[in-house]
Design a binder for this molecule. Structure first.
Ligand code: NAI
Length: 390
């Protein structure tokens, strides 16, 4: 069980780029990072509007002189200080991730970056080489993948409790973009423009969460071929999609079906995962994250609750609240930030042995998401045809 006790040698001096007052994801980062005292927020370039960013930073408790107008000033100012930052989180629109990540790594700073990591696999590979060369960590934040019941699913699959995996059914949908974008806010504007969002809208925005979580649960399975059909129901969003379905063939013969949509009017179901094996199935949804449905063929359905002693050690070890008390998205983010802090701490100490076995969402997790997106786009743009996964 995780109880906030420090698991690294010293707290990391931490800064954020983006995640300002109006940013959607910024507070999730701060919730995750500040929970266990592994990070101290000491600097930031929180907003495109420098004045608002400064005011916001000061209200977060950051010294005014360490609230910078942009990421370049942040890097210059902090690398000149003896007590400068160790790590930067990047919570800005997609098109800025690559340049900010590169600049931070070149300055010797560890990075925690939002998904989708970059626009292309070539960019991911280049940055992975740079991070390796510098001995620095790049972490990626897929929100729910630190939840104890996600790791319960992985442990049950690994133990063979489902039998052979046959069907993977993934859904992340909502209806917040069911209407047109007239008068839409910044977060919708940049998401629906290929220059700022990259080659996809909902596939990258929400589909990459599904794909990475399924990789955690099914690390032994690889996608061999896929077919992606995407559409912009609101035509101004084309060539990007607000709705897509992806069929996947896995190397063990399993079949996958993934549905992402931001035009599922009225739907608040958000994420749903179903893993179907030859003997049993698991189903988990973020609308009831504390409960995991376990169905064995021919037996009554069971609902497993987080924190209960009947769960696998892999799940209990990362539980925070204990059974009876709700464990949710904030707890998951805290685990993700803890795992990345442990990786950074090990890198700082030159502990390569620890890094070899330590599980955390690193650059490979970001790269695989981008690779999956490239394959989806290739298939969709060829008229929704099957493509070999490259
Ligand atoms: P947003 O548009 O709501 O907020 C972006 C923030 O970044 C704003 O505060 C803006 O002023 C600031 N900003 C923009 N460019 C900047 C720059 N060059 N320097 C400093 N600040 C800058 O965007 P949102 O929804 O928060 O998304 C940000 C990123 O987080 C995206 O990559 C998105 O895909 C990802 N995201 C991830 C989630 C997750 O669960 N992991 C959830 C929501 C978003």
């Amino acid at each position: 069980m995780i109880n906030g006790e420090r698991l690294i040698s010293r707290p990391l001096r931490w800064a954020m780029v983006g995640g300002g007052r109006t940013g959607q994801v910024g507070y999730k980062h701060r919730t995750g990072a500040l929970r266990d005292g592994n990070y101290q927020l000491v600097a930031g370039a929180f907003d495109l509007d420098a004045e608002m960013g400064r005011d916001f930073g000061v209200n977060l408790g950051v010294a005014a002189e360490r609230c910078y107008p942009d990421y370049r000033a942040l890097i210059a100012g902090e690398t000149a200080r003896k007590d400068g930052i160790d790590v930067v989180s990047i919570a800005t629109p997609n098109f800025t991730h690559y340049e900010i990540t590169k600049a931070c790594l070149e300055a010797g700073l560890h990075v925690i970056c939002e998904k989708p990591l970059f626009f292309t696999v070539a960019e991911c590979d280049e940055v992975a080489r740079l991070a390796e060369q510098k001995g620095l960590i790049v972490g990626v934040t897929y929100g729910y993948t630190g939840h104890p019941l996600v790791h319960q699913m992985a442990a049950m699959v690994k133990k063979g409790m489902l039998g052979d995996i046959r069907i993977v059914d993934l859904q992340y949908t909502h209806g917040f973009n069911a209407g047109d974008d007239v008068g839409a806010g910044e977060a919708v504007k940049w998401r629906t423009n290929p220059r700022t969002a990259g080659p996809t809208f909902v596939l990258g925005d929400i589909g990459t969460h599904l794909y990475y979580l399924s990789e955690i649960v099914l690390p032994h399975m690889k996608v061999e071929r896929l077919l992606c059909d995407r559409k912009a129901f609101i035509p101004t969003r084309a060539p990007l999609e607000d709705h897509a379905t992806v069929l996947m063939h896995y190397d063990n013969g399993a079949r996958g079906r993934l549905w992402v949509s931001s035009v599922n009017a009225g739907n608040m179901g958000s994420q749903r995962y179903r893993f179907i094996g030859s003997r049993a199935s698991l189903e988990w949804s973020d609308s009831r994250p504390d409960q995991l449905i376990y169905q064995v063929q021919g037996e009554p359905e069971r609902i497993l609750h987080h924190g209960m002693p009947y769960l696998e050690e892999e799940s209990l070890a990362i539980d925070r609240m204990g059974a009876l008390h709700t464990e949710g998205l904030g707890d998951s983010w805290s685990n993700i930030y803890l795992w990345i802090a442990q990786a950074i701490d090990a890198a700082n100490r030159g502990d390569r042995a620890f890094l070899k076995t330590h599980h955390y969402p690193g650059i490979a997790a970001g790269t695989e998401g981008v690779r999956w997106l490239e394959n989806c786009v290739r298939s969709a743009d060829a008229g929704a045809t099957w493509v070999d996964f490259a």
